[in-house]
Design a protein around this ligand. Structure first.
Ligand code: HEM
Length: 330
C-alpha cells in the first residue's frame, strides 16, 4: 500500500463540489439526481462511476478502513435476516466495479462460483455465492475492505424503512452501533427542519419507490469536526478528535479546517429488494479551497447564509464567522 501521507495528495480534482453553480443559499432538500453522470467543477470533474477510486487516495482510505475494522469489529452491524441482502450487495458492487474499472478490477462468474481480483489491493479470491465459509469475512466486510464507501442497508417493514445492516468506519459524528435498527424517521428526527418541512417523508417515499434499474445520488456537506484530515470522526472515536476544533480555533489555524463532502448513492438491490445507501467521504482544506476563487467565494457566501439551526446541527456555529473572514482575507 502507498507510503505517502494524505497531506501530499491533491484533493480537489475529483471533489464532488456540493453546490450548484449560482447557489448562494443553503437549505436541506431531497437533493437526489441520477448517478453515473459526470459533472465538471472549477477544479476538475467527478461522478462518472458509483465507486470513485480517486488515485492514491484510494489506497490511503483502504488502509484506514482495514485498520479500523480490525481494531473495532463493531463498526459492522448485520441484524438477523440481512445476510441475503449482504450477498446481494457484494455481487452488485463487484459486478459494477469490474465494468466501471476493467483495467484493475476483474470478476469471473461460473454459476455460483466467483473469482474476484482487485489489482490495486492485490486481492485474488475465489468464493461461492451464499457460502460464508468460502470468504475470509462476511460478504459485507469483504466488500468494505475493497471499496472506500461506507455501506448502509435499509429494508421496508410495515410502510417504513429501517436501517438493518451497515459497515461504517467514517461516520460524521454519529455511530453505526447506536443507529442500527432505527427507522428512517427516527434517524432523521434530530436534524432541524427535515421532518417538520416534510423532507424526511418525501425522501422515504422516494427510497421506497426506487426502481431496481436506476441508481441515484445526492451530495451532503459539513465542515469536519476535526481540523486534520481524519476520516474516522465517528462517535466511537470522540475522545480522539473532540478537542481538534477548539484547538484549531484557538490557534486561528483556519486553513486546516476541512470541508467534508459525502457523495451518497441509492441502489435497489435486485435479489433482496433492500436499498443500499453508500457514503463516500471526500475532504479538502479551506487552504485548498481558497486557492480556487470560485469555490472560495461560494463557500464563504453559503456559510454566511446557512440558517442558524442548521449551522448549529452541523457543529460550525461557534467559528463560522471567523472561517468566513479567513476565506475572504487576502
Ligand atoms: C434522499 C434520502 C436522504 C436524505 C434527503 C437525507 C438527509 C439527511 C440530512 C439532511 C442529514 C443531516 C446531515 C448534515 O446536515 O450534515 C442526514 C443525516 C443522516 N442520515 Fe440521511 N438522508 C437520506 C437518506 C438516508 C438513508 C437511506 C440513511 C440510512 C440509514 C440515512 C442516514 C443518516 C444518518 C445516519 C445521518 C446522521 C444522523 C446524525 O447526525 O446522528 N439517510 N440525512
Amino acid at each position: 500500500m502507498s507510503g505517502k501521507t494524505i497531506t501530499n495528495l491533491v484533493h480537489t480534482t475529483n471533489l464532488p463540489w456540493p453546490f450548484a453553480e449560482d447557489q448562494e443559499q443553503f437549505q436541506y432538500t431531497v437533493n437526489v439526481e441520477p448517478a453515473r453522470v459526470t459533472k465538471k467543477t472549477a477544479a476538475g470533474e467527478w461522478g462518472a462511476n458509483i465507486v470513485d477510486l480517486g488515485g492514491d487516495e484510494y489506497l490511503h482510505i483502504m488502509t484506514e478502513r482495514r485498520r479500523i475494522l480490525e481494531a473495532d469489529p463493531s463498526r459492522v452491524q448485520i441484524l438477523p435476516g440481512m445476510m441475503p441482502a449482504c450477498w446481494d450487495l457484494l455481487m452488485y458492487y463487484l459486478r459494477d466495479l469490474s465494468v466501471s474499472h476493467p483495467d484493475v478490477m476483474h470478476l469471473e462468474e461460473n454459476g455460483d462460483v466467483i473469482r474476484w481480483r482487485n489489482d490495486l489491493l492485490r486481492t485474488d479470491q475465489v468464493f461461492a455465492i451464499g457460502d460464508e465459509q468460502s470468504l475470509p469475512y462476511d460478504p459485507m466486510t469483504f466488500l468494505g475492505r475493497e471499496i472506500p464507501d461506507d455501506l448502509l442497508l435499509v429494508k421496508e417493514r410495515g410502510g417504513q424503512l429501517y436501517f438493518d445492516a451497515g459497515l461504517v468506519t467514517f461516520a460524521a459524528a454519529w455511530s453505526v452501533t447506536f443507529d442500527v435498527g432505527m427507522s428512517f424517521r427516527e434517524i432523521h428526527g434530530p436534524v432541524p427542519r427535515l421532518t417538520g418541512e416534510g423532507i424526511t417523508s418525501r425522501a422515504e417515499q422516494f427510497l421506497m419507490r426506487l426502481p431496481a434499474d436506476r441508481v441515484y445520488r445526492r451530495v451532503n456537506w459539513t465542515l469536519s469536526a476535526s481540523g486534520s484530515r481524519k476520516l474516522d470522526i465517528s462517535l466511537e472515536e470522540l475522545p480522539e478528535w473532540g478537542k481538534d476544533i477548539p484547538r484549531l480555533v484557538a490557534d486561528r489555524d483556519f486553513g486546516k479546517l476541512q470541508l467534508r463532502i459525502e457523495l451518497e448513492h441509492f441502489i435497489r438491490l435486485p435479489m433482496s429488494g433492500a436499498v443500499t445507501f453508500s457514503i463516500r467521504t471526500f475532504m479538502a482544506s479551506l487552504e485548498e479551497i481558497k486557492a480556487i476563487p470560485a469555490w472560495r467565494d461560494q463557500l464563504a457566501q453559503i456559510l454566511a447564509a446557512t440558517p442558524e439551526d442548521i449551522a448549529t446541527y452541523k457543529g460550525i456555529i461557534d467559528y463560522r464567522d471567523e472561517a468566513i473572514r479567513w476565506l475572504r482575507s487576502s
